[in-house]
Write a protein that binds this ligand. Structure first.
Ligand code: PA5
Length: 343
């Protein structure tokens, strides 16, 4: 049986909404995102800084794009998760307001804050209040396909953020790299499905603590949030080298309840790599498992997107192992309900 068949057999009975198929379609999402961005015929947003405003599944694309661009960034590309832009935001910044539903109050607040700043705005959404406001204000919109959980639109949000960087003159346009990454992910999907099953076995019932560094730092956070939302399970993310100056000491009290997952990159700083390896060795006696995962791919874009897809698949496998439907996120819905609409 192929990797995808085995993963489908595990996930299928718990996945009535078909989220697994949506994750496996990430390569198509990347190509479709490029097409939608091109069709939006966006003009230059030349600016001193670029900001992606969003929450949760609609914010991660900004962090991932900044990591994929790495030292090709010549100006700041910041992800803002909250109600306000940083007080130091340069006037005339390029601001992407990214909300899958278009109704996220923090993102709507940033949309207004960006106007007050005199920012050059761009919107990525399926609709909601954000689309209505953009239409009213003549702000360009990258239209996203409706019908998926916001976090499953990660490829679209990644491409929108990378495009913002290009439009702001903060980085080169990486469309060719994204297109090649889509082919790479397609070719690797069986392997990734196999690997996700292995990883789910290795994590088992432990709480994963996922470490990333540089390119893999936002991926570690993505893995954590996907395990939280899809698996309805606790998971934590942390970053190296910082964690080797504090968190590593806490593992002495872990008593085998936590699994350590180290996300590595073939092109990372040699000392970061050494630190990651040494961290795994030192943590091993206290962890249920130490799992090292290395991204493969020619470009930073291919490697980061491969790890994103692998983490998404892992979260579905973990959900299935616990008999959980990955799609509903009742806790998040309940919180939004409890808070009500802002005054
Ligand atoms: O995955 C999710 O559903 C959440 O993390 C949402 O992305 C988050 O609540 C923000 O909503 P939206 O993406 O619609 O702006």
């Amino acid at each position: 049986m192929s990797g995808i068949e085995r993963l489908s057999k595990l996930v299928g009975p718990h996945d009535p909404s078909g989220l697994l198929a949506v994750v496996l379609a990430i390569p198509d999402h990347l190509r479709d995102a490029l097409w939608r961005i091109e069709s939006a015929r966006l003009g230059s947003l030349e600016a001193p800084a670029a900001m992606v405003c969003g929450m949760g599944g609609s914010a991660i694309g900004g962090s991932l794009a900044a990591a994929a661009l790495g030292d090709r960034l010549t100006k700041p590309l910041l992800t803002v998760r909250g109600y306000e832009l940083p007080p130091w935001s340069p006037a005339g910044s390029a601001v992407l307001c990214s909300s899958y539903s278009g109704d996220t109050e923090e993102t709507l607040a940033c949309y207004s804050a960006a106007e007050a700043l005199g920012a050059k705005r761009l919107v990525a959404t399926t609709g909601g209040e954000l689309a209505a406001a953009a239409r009213r204000d003549g702000v360009p919109v990258i239209g996203l396909p409706a019908g998926m959980p916001p976090r499953a639109a990660v490829a679209y949000m990644f491409c929108a953020a990378a495009e913002l960087a290009a439009l702001a003159g903060a980085a080169v346009r990486i469309n060719t790299e994204v297109d090649a990454a889509a082919a790479h992910l397609q070719a690797r999907s069986e392997t990734l499905a196999d690997r996700a099953l292995e990883l789910a076995d290795a994590v088992g019932d432990a709480v994963p603590v996922i470490y990333g560094a540089d390119l893999t730092e936002p991926v570690a956070y993505r893995w954590k949030t996907q395990v939280n939302e899809n698996g309805k399970l606790p998971a934590y993310a942390s970053s190296l080298p910082e964690a080797t100056h504090n968190e590593i000491a806490g593992w002495e009290g872990a008593q085998g309840r936590l699994a350590c997952v180290l996300l590595e990159d073939s092109d990372q700083h040699p000392r970061e790599r050494r630190r990651s390896q040494a961290t795994g060795e030192l943590i091993a006696p206290h962890a249920s498992e130490v799992i090292r995962v290395e991204a493969e791919g020619e470009t930073r874009t291919a490697r980061i997107l491969e790890l994103v897809m692998l983490g998404d698949l892992l979260s579905l496998a973990l959900a299935a192992r616990h008999g959980i439907d990955p799609s509903p996120i009742e806790a998040i819905d309940a919180l939004k309900e409890r808070l009500g609409r802002p005054a």
